[in-house]
Design a protein around this ligand. Structure first.
Ligand SMILES: *Cc1c(COP(=O)(O)O)cnc(C)c1O
Length: 360
């Protein structure tokens, strides 16, 4: 067996150890004589897995007591709707900072629910940078301010989160959750689809300050109300048990590696390998993001012509690299280097980039 150099944007690489553990337990989980997928979600065996994953996420992210940790379904995309449905009252406005396609989508869903405004937009500059604090229009009476912490498609990332006065800050962290230490108390709500940094697709993590739970209207559909899931420990209905099980294994893996600090150091090293390859190429490779907004998770770049990009991608594929094509909306190239992508894969890509440049 030869594992691919997997630079997929999502679903993305999982730690090999995690896959091997799951493989070893697949037919008989913990002496039950069943796979984890075949257990009742009301059983003690599953409950322990569920509770352990919630506790580990709390520990690794340093999530304070005043927050609920929810495991939901519907992806980050359902959160685009659930956030305004629960948090945006009729007489209020939600403030969206636009830093890429995912923020635009989040805004579009909120606009179906209530009043919105745009606190800043990087669209004119092709979303190549994160706005500075002085550029943000935040009046102070909004229902919440929404940001996308890492822009998966454009390859930019907030380095310092915005100051929003007294307004609760909501963040879509789908593509950089658990990639570096953050101060959870800066946020009122954090959400993330699991399939980039946390596990397989099918689970969505929501971390929500308990104070916000009182905002939800009682006439919301039951499944769309955060209170339903908070009260039931995310066991109101059948949760995605296999996904949560794997999420727990990924969290244990992060813990064993030394936690989020250790992962962050490795992520910085990986990103530096690739950005150095771009910066030291005399313009052969051109980074999309401005230097101080560069994402440590998604490295986006172009070559001189589309022809050359096509050649690059074809040869890369030939050499065993997967997932290097840019998102269909912007083209170019993108290497997604989430937590589970090994340093060695980034070194191999750096070497490939140098060799391709030398040849052309
Ligand atoms: C991938 C991604 C999404 C979409 O997630 P789904 O789980 O597919 O709904 C939303 N936001 C960001 C920042 C993403 O990277």
């Amino acid at each position: 067996m030869k594992r691919a150099y997997n630079f997929n944007a999502g679903p993305a690489a999982l730690p090999l150890e995690v896959l091997q553990e799951a493989q070893a337990e697949l037919l008989d989980f913990g002496g039950t004589g069943m796979s984890i997928m075949e257990l009742s979600h009301r059983s003690k065996d599953y409950d322990a897995v569920h509770g352990r994953a919630q506790e580990l996420l709390r520990k690794l992210m340093g999530i304070p007591e005043e927050y609920e940790v929810l495991f939901l379904q519907g992806g980050a995309s359902l959160q685009f709707s659930m956030v305004p449905l629960n948090l945006l009252a009729e007489d209020q406005t939600a403030n969206y900072i636009l830093t890429g396609s995912w923020s635009e989508k989040a805004l579009a869903e909120a606009a179906k629910v209530g009043q919105t405004k745009i606190g800043a937009s990087g669209k004119e500059g092709k979303y190549s940078r994160i706005p500075a604090q002085e550029e943000l229009a935040i009046s102070g009476d909004e229902a919440y301010v929404h940001i996308t912490s890492n822009n998966t498609i454009y390859g930019t990332q907030w380095k310092e989160f915005p100051y929003t006065k007294e307004v609760p800050l909501v963040a879509d962290m789908s593509s950089d959750i658990l990639s570096k230490p953050i101060e959870v108390s800066q946020f009122a709500l954090i959400y993330a689809g699991a399939q980039k940094n946390l596990g397989p697709s099918g689970v969505t993590v929501v971390v929500i300050h308990k104070d916000l739970l009182s905002r939800s209207r009682e006439d919301l559909p039951t499944m769309l109300n955060y209170n339903t899931h908070a009260k039931a420990r995310s066991l109101y209905n059948t949760p995605p048990t296999f996904g949560i099980y794997l999420l727990g294994k990924v969290l244990s893996w992060v813990d064993r590696k030394g936690g989020v600090e250790a992962i962050a150091r490795q992520n910085e090293l990986k990103a530096r390998l690739l950005y150095d390859a771009i910066d030291q190429s005399d313009g052969f490779y051109r980074g999309h993001a401005e230097a101080d907004s560069r994402s440590l998770m998604n490295v986006t770049f172009n070559l001189a012509t589309e022809e050359l990009e096509k050649e690059f991608l074809a040869e890369a594929k030939e050499a065993g690299f997967v997932g290097l094509g840019g998102h269909r909306s912007i083209g170019g190239c993108r290497a997604s280097i989430y937590n589970a992508v090994p340093v060695q894969a980034c070194e191999a890509l750096r070497d490939f980039m140098a060799a391709f440049k030398a040849k052309h």
